[in-house]
Design a protein around this ligand. Sequence first.
Ligand code: NI
Length: 195
Amino acid sequence: MPETSSHPLPLPLAPADATESPEAATLPILLVPDPRLRSKTRAVGPGDAAMVRALAPQMLEAMYKAPGIGLAAPQVGTLLRLVVVDLQKNDKPDPLVLVNPEIMAASKELATREEGCLSLPGQFAEVTRPARVKLRYLDLSGAKREIEAEGLLATCLQHELDHLDGVLFVDHISALKRNMLLRKLAKDLKAKVRD
Ligand code: NI
């Protein structure tokens, strides 16, 4: 996640000329139907630490630029269990990097929210998920952390964790709606190529 049509967030951080110099090139975000978006990921291990510490800020930059509020490593072609999110507090950057995140508990109570995804640009659907979740993860220094989330953050985290298992938000809606949305995406992307 997401792109959300109902929760536009301001675009922070990335300077306007970030794309001007090659070394500052933003990571491209993969689009459906790229098979890497459907791939399983593996846990980040000690040998990945340096790579992950370099990748996380690049993922945040790509997410801010999109703009979106969450991004998972498979969306930039890295099949590791790594997620970044930023819901922004008081319009200020509030980045959260989750390494090897796991859901420990989810509420029975459900919540329905409109979701979008940077890998399915311009497509939105209502998705029902647990309203609250408790997660454990490692931060970038390798320290164990826990977080309890509700509201948009709970939705966002569940959406991003799904990406680590090759699951997209459209997998949570009816086949009829999913097929409509995927056809529309294919058409939109084709039109964009022609432009
Ligand atoms: Ni997504």
